[in-house]
Design a protein around this ligand. Structure first.
Ligand SMILES: [Zn+2]
Length: 92
């Protein structure tokens, strides 16, 4: 599902771009790959929180520092640190 945004300047609908790359946004502000990465980040935070009682910001820094983290997840984590945005996290 592609999203379109009305551009005030051109008065026409334009495809929404991912905030992190040049791909088209499909879910919120992200493209397929970044939205998947964001979902994975959010899901694994639930597990980390349970084991380490770590806060969202600390968790994001760990993700960015971790050499094993994929580039997509790093992009999203860095973006979330900047915006201070925290998605709903289910801690089960
Ligand atoms: Zn993207």
């Amino acid at each position: 599902m592609l999203q379109y945004r009305l551009s005030i300047k051109d008065k026409k609908w334009t495809k929404v771009k991912c905030v992190l790359c040049d791909r088209e946004a499909v879910a919120g502000d992200y493209c397929t790959l970044h939205s998947k990465a964001c979902e994975n980040l959010t899901n694994s935070y639930g597990k980390w929180k349970k084991a380490l009682d770590i806060c969202w910001k600390e968790y994001l820094s760990e993700i960015v520092m971790n050499p094993l983290t994929g580039q997509w997840a790093k992009d999203v984590a860095q973006h979330l640190i900047k915006t201070g945005e925290q998605p709903d996290v289910k801690v089960s």
